[in-house]
Design a protein around this ligand. Structure first.
Ligand code: FES
Length: 163
């Protein structure tokens, strides 16, 4: 025959069970949150949406930008990227997509509508509308995002691959 549980033992038992539940409910997500960054792998390459094609005028460089986040353990590093889309005609595949990173020392070039050139503020380089070097120290034309596609919703995407 079992002995009756005393009120004191009953309260201690209930306290232990409730405490255990609270520890589990709070502790498991907290530990998962702490170790998650160490387990997550950032994508090294992927399609990145850069805008609606219909919003990009034919013949006029349209700027775009995006940010990449690299995760290395608990360290997160954000990097900004960008460029210009030049629609050469109404054909959605007739595009030139330039990287706005100067090929000299990686400063960001800006399109000058007045001068019809891309200007690099660091060493006064000039690039033509197709990205060709017109003046200054850059050793080669602006780089291109050669792989692109237009989704069914009309969004232009470029394929980004980490260098
Ligand atoms: S970084 Fe552009 S000219 Fe030097």
């Amino acid at each position: 025959m079992s002995e009756p549980v005393s009120r004191r033992n009953f309260i201690m038992g209930v306290t232990a069970v409730v405490g255990g539940l609270i520890t589990t409910v709070i502790g498991v997500p907290a530990i998962a949150y702490l170790i998650d960054p160490a387990l997550r792998e950032s994508a090294k390459e992927e399609w990145i949406p850069i805008g609606k094609l219909e919003d990009m005028l034919v013949g006029k460089p349209t700027p775009f930008s995006f940010t990449r986040v690299q995760v290395n353990g608990w360290e997160r590093t954000s990097t900004s990227h960008g460029g210009y889309v030049i629609r050469k005609s109404d054909n959605p595949n007739d595009l030139l997509i330039l990287n706005s990173k100067c090929t000299h020392l990686s400063c960001t070039v800006n399109w000058s509508e007045n001068d019809q050139v891309y200007l690099c503020p660091c060493h006064d380089a000039k690039f033509g509308k197709q990205g060709e070097v017109l003046d200054g120290p850059p050793p080669r034309p602006l780089d291109r995002f050669a792989d692109f596609r237009v989704t069914e919703e009309g969004i232009l995407e470029i394929f980004y691959k980490e260098a």
